[in-house]
Design a protein around this ligand. Sequence first.
Ligand code: IMP
Ligand code: MG
Length: 184
Amino acid sequence: MEATDIGDDLETVLITEEQISERLSEMAAQIDRDYVGKEILLVGVLRGAVMVMADLSRKIHSPLEMDWMAVSSYGAGTKSSGVVRILKDLDSDIQGRHVLIVEDIIDSGLTLSWLYANLTQRGAASVKIATLLRKPDAAKVHVDVSYVGFDIPNEFVVGYGLDYAGRYRHLSSVGTLAPHVYGG
Ligand code: IMP
Ligand code: MG
């Protein structure tokens, strides 16, 4: 759906569909340059990264496979609980594989620093991270992110896979919600 379908629940469109597409093309080109002669295992983090995975992967020319993990660090609200649980583990053995984690957003960085350590311990040949969005707080936790789409302000955003209480994932752009949506 488009921003106009949401009406006044949406405050601003931060990043348009076209901007996302252009940036993902640049990231894919960089990934192709970095993984010459290597086969990539893209690990998407469900559910938010579904759109990034679908669009980024189709712009990559190198051979790759996809796998998925589901972890939970948030409840239904807008703040990280700091507790990471595996809800769905990988189907593949990643021993010796070149793993590229694909995320929608890094906020506190807690989820990714935990995931990075977890996948590294399983004997991957390499583990790198690609994220469409990154918020300023991510700098507080040491996570080495190789590919970042956009650095955004510390606001809660929805769209392009990102939800608020399960909604707005299918918005084509990324935007901020109007305060009355939180207030109820
Ligand atoms: P972190 O552990 O704080 O970095 O949180 C990462 C996860 O929280 C992301 O993968 C998202 O699922 C969710 N998240 C963080 N910020 C936002 C946001 O602004 N909108 C929607 N989901 C978010
Ligand atoms: Mg996520």
